[in-house]
Design a protein around this ligand. Structure first.
Ligand SMILES: [Zn+2]
Length: 229
């Protein structure tokens, strides 16, 4: 799985069908060149209606590894966009109850509860990884909450503010998904966010295609975890 910085909005991406024009990427395992390797359709819930989007796959020409190319607003194994999930987590970190959040966002209570539960599992590691990336990007710290959930939410904002100063506004939760290679809320691993050098995290977002649009950053490598598809 490779998360990439998709310049399209969600509805435009969905409307393109298979013509989503993902970037050329190198193999996360061996660095070799990759080529198109089919893809699959999946659901994505943003507003209404429920969308069906195409997720292209690539295959490494050297080692044969295949990876799905997920646009940064998609979270692996979850129907909802990272923006919607992020809103829920912000509300939860601010003390709002699951039932109220579910009503406000128009999502099932069980779904919101599962996001919050999972966020509780990853919050400490997520905050550490994102703050390291934010510092590497020039963020100078202020006092952060100590509780893991609010701290991770603050880390998402800190990283986004560092990015914004350099490159302009960015959807904060998509950026978190990008720098963590989609592992930010992975459902099926206990420790998807192993600590690693901040420079490695920021390197994922700092290169652009030659002569290209700065929004077409080189896609990040996924973190070493069991969460790859
Ligand atoms: Zn390879």
């Amino acid at each position: 799985m490779i998360v990439w910085l998709c310049p399209l909005d969600v509805s435009t991406y969905a409307a393109r069908g298979r013509e989503v024009d993902p970037p050329r990427v190198s193999c996360p395992r061996c660095g070799g060149p990759t080529g198109p390797w089919s893809g699959y359709l999946r659901h994505l819930r943003d507003g209404e209606p429920l969308l069906r989007i195409f997720v292209p796959r690539v295959r490494c020409r050297h080692c044969g590894r295949t990876d799905a190319l997920l646009p940064w607003f998609v979270s692996p194994y979850r129907w909802d966009t990272v923006d919607v999930i992020g809103q829920a987590l912000e509300r939860s970190a601010a003390g709002e109850g699951v039932r109220r959040i579910a009503v406000a966002l128009g999502r099932p209570e069980t779904t919101v509860r599962e996001w919050c539960r999972r966020f509780g599992v990853v919050a400490v590691d997520l905050a550490r990884a994102l703050l390291a990336a934010a510092v590497a990007a020039g963020w100078s710290g202020f006092e952060l909450p100590v509780a893991p959930g609010p701290r991770a939410v603050a880390a998402v904002a800190a990283l986004a503010s560092a990015w914004t100063r350099r490159r302009g506004p960015v959807p904060a939760w998509r950026l978190a998904a990008l720098v963590t290679g989609g592992a930010w809320l992975a459902p099926n691993t206990t420790s998807p966010l192993a600590p690693q050098p901040a420079s490695a995290l920021m390197a994922r977002t700092s290169r652009t295609t030659p002569g290209g649009d700065p929004w077409r950053a080189t896609p990040p490598k996924p973190l070493p975890s069991g969460a790859t598809t």
